[in-house]
Ligand binder design. Structure first.
Ligand SMILES: Nc1ncnc2c1ncn2[C@@H]1O[C@H](COP(=O)(O)OP(=O)(O)O)[C@@H](O)[C@H]1O
Ligand SMILES: [Mg+2]
Length: 148
């Protein structure tokens, strides 16, 4: 697997970051608090769906962004796996509900633009179609065998 590009929106101190990675060993250098660990944290998040720094995902939202009824932080990774290009996106969504001051927080994961659950169902559906085709082929082979 090779991570080609990483985009962050309102993830920790980054209001916006886009990096295209060369296919080589990469070294991040910089003064303290420039965001080196944040980049590693975002990549690790895409692999584990959890942060190695905080226990609550809401702490990953950029706390400097303006307060809006809906606030969204994003990690998007474009990667190659088994010769195919994919996009994995994690959205951190904080919503203020009407008159209450309580914020509702949720996370959304999209693989190639589809919510993760649907992406998994698509794989299951493709397997079903594949299996049905195999059954049809086996039946046809059996019939040919009987005719011969
Ligand atoms: N949720 C957040 N919103 C805004 N800034 C944040 C958030 N979490 C951490 N930071 C800021 O990010 C900086 C730390 O970045 P970090 O990736 O640890 O830097 P480095 O590894 O280069 O030292 C600090 O200035 C910290 O205050
Ligand atoms: Mg660091």
């Amino acid at each position: 697997m090779y991570l080609k590009r990483l985009s962050l929106t309102d993830f920790r101190a980054f209001s916006r970051l886009d990096i295209e990675f060369p296919r080589r060993v990469i070294l991040f250098t910089g003064a303290n608090a420039q965001g080196k660990t944040t980049i590693l944290e975002a990549i690790s998040y895409l692999a584990n769906f959890s942060s190695f720094h905080v226990s609550q995902d809401r702490q990953l939202l950029n706390f400097n962004m303006p307060v809006e009824p809906i606030m969204v932080g994003r990690i998007i990774g474009e990667f190659y796996s088994r010769g195919r290009e994919h996009t994995l996106e994690v959205r951190f969504i904080q919503e203020y509900n009407g008159n209450s001051n309580q914020a509702r927080f949720r996370k959304q994961v999209l693989l190639d633009g589809y919510p993760r659950e649907s992406a998994i169902s698509m794989v299951i559906l493709m397997w079903l179609v594949f299996c049905l085709k195999c059954r049809a082929l086996l039946k046809a082979r059996h019939l040919i065998g009987v005719l011969i």
